[in-house]
Design a protein around this ligand. Structure first.
Ligand code: NDP
Ligand code: HSE
Length: 435
């Protein structure tokens, strides 16, 4: 291999946990190849952590608790794998203001303060790469930002949280308990430092905001995303889905919506949904992620792979690091973010969805008619009904056609109050089928 003689690209690594430790390993093990690919050696100048005595195997002289000083030192690139908003926001702001390239895996920060970071990057001409922030190892953001930039994306539907997919897959396959599966996901390094970010849908909502911003050239932040987690998904929901040839997944859905007057908006939501077993996302198990992209000219595209875990995520971080290091060696910069379309975000209540509703009702004449009347009153059309009589009560399952989410919610509320309805067993949205 030809020796590389250019000045080293000096890197500050912020964080050395699940992802950071794997970044250090890959940087060390692949140093020679990476230098050849970049055209200059990549030199780790320092690693900022909170507890320097908790990192056996990492050269002590590289560790520091003074992340700000490390960022301000003579480094060219800052790689951030701390997570959360502060101190990451301040540190990356300082790096970009000083013209240093930034690579980050931090979706929470990007989904809340992305605009601020992109503005800082534009002002100094620095690179800001964040492939690892959505769907771990899967090359997804660069295809959206670069390969598909000539197309018109209409919808992005993804399983983008490994922890919840791990839990739902285990619940469906073995009936495993929620708590034990979550503990296993944490042990394997999939879950966030605070796993409620995973199970309550915050992590997926941040990723949905990033995906929608790139897909629709608009600024979408985490606060714009309708969010529901998996805590309310019960064994009954999963059984109900199985009976209908469906499975339950936590989906991030980003849609371009054309209004009656021809204007456009975007609807971005994260919630559990039943999808048919024949849908490409239904077979995505374990902690895998998959993102289904629909575009006018390209048609349907599926991106699949490991969305969490130290080594897979470090792969995406290293890919970004090589890209920004090359840009520094050769000169040049990544394509700018584009938010020119500035599409407004449609409220969830106005977003068309479909519901699957499972009820325990009294088994006597006229009950079905009473329930159906509530649907008609709210202008919600019923697509399918299945009733199974028991002794004194019956199980009634209703699947609707598409209606506004607000109308569907009001329908469920009113049905729940009918004297003939003993219990609302399960309510879940249905996706991946003709409306
Ligand atoms: P960890 O919690 O495992 O690691 C965080 C690291 O940051 C630790 O080394 C910690 O130091 C360090 N740290 C925390 N606070 C500070 C601080 N104030 N100053 C300096 N260092 C600090 O997180 P992960 O590696 O799992 O995640 C890192 C980022 O990558 C997050 O943004 C996450 O969302 C993202 N990500 C994670 C994936 C995964 O599968 N884990 C997948 C995709 C993205 P110490 O160890 O000394 O406490
Ligand atoms: N906690 C996240 C997950 C890590 O489970 O998908 C990847 O972003």
């Amino acid at each position: 291999m030809k020796p590389v003689e250019a000045r080293p690209v000096r890197v500050a690594l912020l964080g050395c946990g699940t992802v950071g430790a794997q970044v250090v390993r890959l940087l060390t093990e692949q140093a020679v190849d990476l230098a050849a690919r970049v055209g200059a050696p990549i030199e780790l100048a320092g690693i900022a952590v909170r507890r320097p005595n908790k990192h056996p195997g990492i050269p002590a002289e590289l560790l520091t608790t003074d992340a700000a000083a490390l960022v301000a030192s003579d480094v060219d690139v800052v790689v951030e794998v701390i997570g959360g908003i502060e101190p990451a926001r301040t540190l990356l702001g300082a790096a970009l203001a000083a013209g240093k390239s930034v690579v980050t895996a931090n979706k929470a920060l990007l989904a809340e303060y992305g605009a601020e970071l992109f503005t800082a990057a534009d002002a100094s001409g620095a690179d800001l790469y964040f492939e690892a922030s959505v769907a771990g190892a899967i090359p997804l953001l660069r295809p959206l930002r670069e390969s598909l930039v000539g197309d018109r994306i209409t919808r992005v539907t993804g399983i983008v949280n490994g922890t919840t997919n791990f839990i739902l897959s285990a619940m469906a396959a073995t009936g495993a308990g929620y708590r034990e599966t979550l503990d296993e996901a944490s042990r394997l390094g999939y879950a966030e430092a605070d796993p409620t970010a995973d199970v309550d849908g915050f992590d997926a909502a941040s990723k949905a905001a990033i995906l929608a911003s790139l897909a629709f050239h608009s600024r979408v932040s985490a606060a714009d995303v309708h969010r529901e987690g998996i805590a309310a998904v019960s064994a009954a929901d999963i059984t109900a889905a199985k009976l209908l040839g469906r499975t339950v997944k936590l989906l991030a859905i980003c849609e371009r919506v054309t209004e009656r007057d021809g204007s456009e908006s975007v609807a971005v939501r994260v919630h559990p949904a039943m999808i048919p077993l024949s849908h490409p996302l239904a077979s995505v198990g374990d902690a895998f992620n998959a993102v289904f992209v629909e575009a006018d000219a390209a048609g349907q595209l599926m991106f699949y792979g490991r969305g969490a875990g130290g080594a897979p995520t470090a792969s995406a971080v290293l890919g970004d690091l090589v890209a920004v290091a090359r840009n520094r060696v050769i000169g040049g910069r990544a394509p700018r973010e584009s938010a020119y379309a500035a599409l407004p975000v449609r409220p969830m209540g106005q977003t068309p969805t479909r519901y699957h509703i499972s009820l325990d009702v009294a088994d006597r004449a006229g009950v079905l008619a009473q329930v159906a009347a509530v649907f008609a009153e709210h202008d919600v059309s019923i697509a399918a009904v299945r009733q199974e009589g028991r002794s004194v009560d019956a199980s009634l399952v209703i699947v609707t056609h598409a209606a506004s989410d607000a109308a569907l919610r009001s329908t469920v509320d009113k049905v729940a109050g009918l004297p003939v309805v003993r219990k609302v067993v399960s309510v879940m949205r249905v996706e991946g089928e003709a409306p």
